[in-house]
Design a protein around this ligand. Sequence first.
Ligand code: ZN
Length: 153
Amino acid sequence: MAPGLDDLYRDIILDHYRNPRNRGRLDAPDIATQGANPLCGDEIEVSLVFEDGRVADVRFEGRGCSISQASASMMTEGIKGKSVEDVRELVSSFKEMMSGSFEPDEEEFGDLEALQGVRKYPVRIKCALLCWNTLLEGIDIFEHAKRHAEASA
Ligand code: ZN
């Protein structure tokens, strides 16, 4: 954990790290991607199923630092029930928050807001972004495959 992180933020991050939400793997996922952050040794695996165009369920597996794992736990909570479009929007808002160009709305962002405290530690931003980039890659693959299937149907 980064020293000097705001106490409240640190408590939220540690809570997700110690009690990760939605941990595990789905049996027949629409999306299953893995990502790694070699700088820190973080690994994340995201699996997700859609139903009626919305995220019906999402799980993550992983290991690494508290920031990478807490971010994944928060992400799964943040995207459940959202459409692909809304998920993409949340990913870009989150990235903007981490780059400092966006002040999140507490109500909409919930616990995710705590990760903006990590901004003070540029090296750790990669830890916080790992699961989001992994998710984005999965969505890109999924949508590409879907377009391909539609084109050849
Ligand atoms: Zn890390």
